[in-house]
Write a protein of this length. Structure first.
Length: 221
């Protein structure tokens, strides 16, 4: 029976290790006697790699470098017998230090265009588009101020653009504020002039006289 043999390591199923970076753990064999240690690592592709083993005061130090992403199993044996807890499980992930940094938010590169930014007609939707594809990562903000509160609809197109539609019901000037990463984009706020769709009111016009009223006929000479 082997006594006093245990590991100090980060090898467990809930711990992630970086691909391409050396990881190490200690195998403490105090009180277990003298024998050889073997460490085999099984990769997601089915390959087996071996750890480098170095003797220490308390036992051994094992080192290996994962080269594949995904779950790995680590078999540790002493004197030909698996140690307690073996095989150990861990998951290799891409090295976070080598991840490409996200581009910094740049509100000046947000584009907004469309007729709704300049004007429109009451009781008809005014439309425009916001394009954030070249602006990096950031939150988009939109507010609309006018003579009366207008309904706004925003549709994320899934490609870095957003289609906006608002419904003015009163004529006047509407102010459209667009922000990105909490800062105004270029040309914001926009001023849209909304005119009435009822520029001509025919309800008060009356017609009367010969030719249009019943009983009135023009006499031929």
């Amino acid at each position: 029976m082997i006594v006093g043999l245990y590991l100090t390591s980060h090898l467990c199923c809930c711990v992630e290790i970086p691909v391409g970076k050396q990881v190490d753990f200690d195998i403490i064999t105090v009180g277990a006697g003298k024998a050889g240690v073997q460490v085999n690592i099984h990769t997601p592709s089915g390959k087996t790699i071996f750890a480098n083993i170095e003797e220490t005061i308390d036992g051994y130090a094992a080192k290996f470098t994962p080269l594949e992403t995904g779950p790995h199993t680590v078999d540790v044996s002493f004197a030909g017998q698996p140690v307690k807890g073996s095989p150990f499980s861990t998951t290799a992930i891409p090295d976070p230090s080598k991840a490409k940094p996200l581009p910094k938010a740049d509100p000046s590169k947000v584009k907004a265009y469309g007729p709704g930014l300049e004007g429109g007609t009451t009781d008809k939707p005014a439309e425009f588009t916001i394009d954030t594809r070249e602006a990096g990562q950031g939150g988009l903000g939109l507010t609309l101020e006018g003579p009366i509160e207008a309904k706004i609809e925003c549709q994320d197109n899934g490609d870095g653009t957003c289609s906006v539609r608002y419904y003015p019901t009163e004529p006047g000037e509407y102010t459209i504020n667009i922000t990105f990463a909490d800062k105004p984009i270029k040309s914001s706020p926009f001023k849209a002039k909304i005119v009435s769709s009822k520029n001509i009111d025919v309800s008060g016009i009356k017609c009367h006289g010969q030719g249009i009223e019943p009983g009135n006929h023009m006499h031929e000479e």
